[in-house]
Design a protein around this ligand. Structure first.
Ligand code: ZN
Length: 407
C-alpha cells in the first residue's frame, strides 16, 4: 500500500504557491498526572485553544497500534513515509545531523566516549557526559592519529557531549556491522562483527580503528575508550521534492532531526547554538516561509521533560510554544498541523505507543467539536484515528496541491 500511495502522490501532486507548516512538539502525547490531567490539559494555551476551535483534530498512531517508536521512525511517518518500510540508521542520522557529507558508499556509526577500568571493562558508558568541547579535542586527537585504514578514509567528528560520529569513506564497505556497546557497565566492549559477508571489510577496518583509539585515549580520563553503534549507509528514500514537488525546509536544533530532514531532501536551516532556541527558530521560520512551501518546525524539550518525568516543565514548554504560536499564524500558512512524533508520558519516563493528538488548521474543514488541543479533545475530533504517515497527503490536499485521481 505504501509504495502504491507514494507512486500516486508523484502523479497527482502539483507545485503551487500555498504553504504547509508542520510543527512537531516531540513526545507531546502523555498520560494523566495526579489530578487526572495531561500536560496539554494543564497547560494554559489560549492561542492553541483558539486555533483548535476552528481546526480538525484526531489521534495518530506513529507506526502501528502498540508499537513504541523511536524519534527517527516517528518523524519518517510524519513526512509521509511508512516507517515499517524505510529505515535510517542512527549513525546516518547523526552524520547528516552534524553536516557531514555522506556518499552512497560511505558507512557511518554513532560513537560514545566511555570510561573503562584497568581490565578494560566499561564503568561509565557516557564518560560522565563530558562536555562537547572535550569531545571535540579528543576527536581531533583521533583524527590526527588515524586518517586512513586499508584505503578507507576515517573521519571522527564531535556531536553533543560524549557523542561523536565515525564516518568511513571508500569502496567495498557494507553497512551491517554489530554494535560494540555492551549496553551495560561491568562488561567488556563487544568486538565489531560483520553481519553479512559484504560487511567484512567494514568490520575489519572498525576493529583496527578501535585498536588505534585505545592507544590514543589510554592516558585520558574519564574518556579513555569508545563504543560504537548504529552502523549504516544512506537509505534509498525518494525525496519530498520528487514525491510532492515541494521545496521543504527544516528548522530544528538537535542533530538527529536535522539528519532525518536532510535524508528526505529538506533544506536544513542553520540554527546557531545549542539547546531549544525557540525564539531563534521562530525568527528563522519568518524568513523560511517566503522561500519554502513546506516548513517542518521541531521542538525537542517536550520530549526531554517527558523522559525526565518532569510534568511541570513539560507544561511550561507547551506554554512557551503557545506564546510564540501567533508569530507562526501571522504568516498565514495555508495549512498548519501541530502534533508529535510519538508520546513520551511523564509517568513512563520514556517513549510509548499511545497515539498522539494532531491538530489540522486549513480551509475547507468539516464540523469538528474540539475546543482544545489535548489528547481527550482529540478523541472527539473529525480526523478520527489515523496513521501518522497519512497526515502528509491530508496536508497536501488541504493546501490544494493534489489533483484528482482518475477521470
Ligand atoms: Zn521524538
Amino acid at each position: 500500500m505504501d509504495s502504491l500511495i507514494l507512486d500516486v502522490m508523484k502523479d497527482i501532486s502539483v507545485k503551487t504557491e500555498s504553504k504547509i507548516v508542520l510543527v512537531v512538539l516531540d513526545g507531546i502525547g502523555d498520560l494523566p498526572g495526579s489530578d487526572g490531567k495531561t500536560p496539554l490539559e494543564v497547560a494554559h494555551t489560549p492561542n492553541m485553544d483558539r486555533l483548535a476551535i476552528n481546526s480538525a483534530l484526531g489521534l495518530m498512531d506513529p507506526i502501528y497500534p502498540g508499537i513504541t517508536p523511536g524519534s527517527g521512525p516517528g518523524h519518517l511517518g510524519l513526512f509521509g513515509y511508512n516507517p515499517l518500510k524505510y529505515w535510517i540508521g542512527r549513525g546516518v542520522l547523526s552524520a547528516l545531523g552534524i553536516g557531514l557529507d555522506m556518499g552512497p558508499e560511505d558507512v557511518a556509526a554513532r560513537g560514545n566516549f566511555c570510561t573503562v577500568d584497568g581490565d578494560g571493562k566499561v564503568t561509565d558508558r557516557r564518560a560522565g557526559r563530558i562536555p562537547t568541547e572535550l569531545s571535540a579535542r579528543l576527536c581531533e586527537k583521533i583524527n590526527e592519529a588515524v586518517s586512513e585504514i586499508d584505503g578507507i578514509r576515517i573521519t571522527v567528528r564531535p556531536e553533543e557531549e560524549h557523542r561523536f560520529v565515525l564516518l568511513l569513506s571508500g569502496e567495498g564497505l557494507g553497512p551491517h556491522v554489530s554494535d560494540t556497546d555492551p549496553q551495560k557497565t561491568g562488561l567488556l566492549p563487544l568486538e565489531p562483527q560483520a553481519l553479512d559477508p559484504a560487511s567484512q571489510k567494514t568490520a575489519d577496518v572498525v576493529k583496527r580503528f578501535i585498536g588505534v583509539v585505545k592507544e590514543v585515549l589510554k592516558d585520558e580520563h574519564p574518556a579513555n575508550m569508545v563504543l560504537l553503534r548504529g552502523f549504516d549507509k544512506l537509505p534509498d528514500i525518494p525525496s519530498l521534492q520528487e514525491l510532492y514537488k515541494l521545496t521543504p525546509a527544516a528548522i530544528a536544533s538537535y542533530p538527529m532531526y536535522k539528519g532525518i530532514a536532510r535524508v528526505v531532501g529538506m533544506d536544513v536551516l542553520k540554527v546557531e547554538g545549542h539547546g531549544e532556541l525557540l525564539e531563534e527558530k521562530i525568527e528563522l521560520f519568518g524568513e523560511a516561509v517566503s522561500s519554502h512551501d513546506y516548513i517542518f518546525l521541531h521542538i525537542k524539550k517536550t520530549d526531554s521533560y517527558g523522559e525526565d518525568g518532569n510534568f511541570e516543565n513539560k507544561v511550561h514548554q507547551i506554554e512557551a510554544f503557545d506564546e510564540l504560536l501567533p508569530r507562526i499564524l501571522e504568516k498565514e500558512p495555508d495549512v498548519l498541523a501541530i502534533t508529535g512524533d510519538h508520546s513520551t508520558p511523564c509517568p513512563m519516563k520514556g517513549h510509548s505507543w499511545h497515539p498522539v493528538p494532531v491538530l489540522l488548521s486549513a480551509p475547507y474543514l468539516r464540523y469538528d467539536p474540539c475546543e482544545r488541543f489535548t489528547e481527550r479533545e482529540a478523541l472527539k475530533g473529525s480526523l478520527g484515528r489515523i496513521y501518522s504517515m497519512q497526515l502528509m497527503s491530508l496536508m497536501m490536499a488541504h493546501a490544494g496541491k493534489l489533483k484528482k485521481y482518475g477521470a
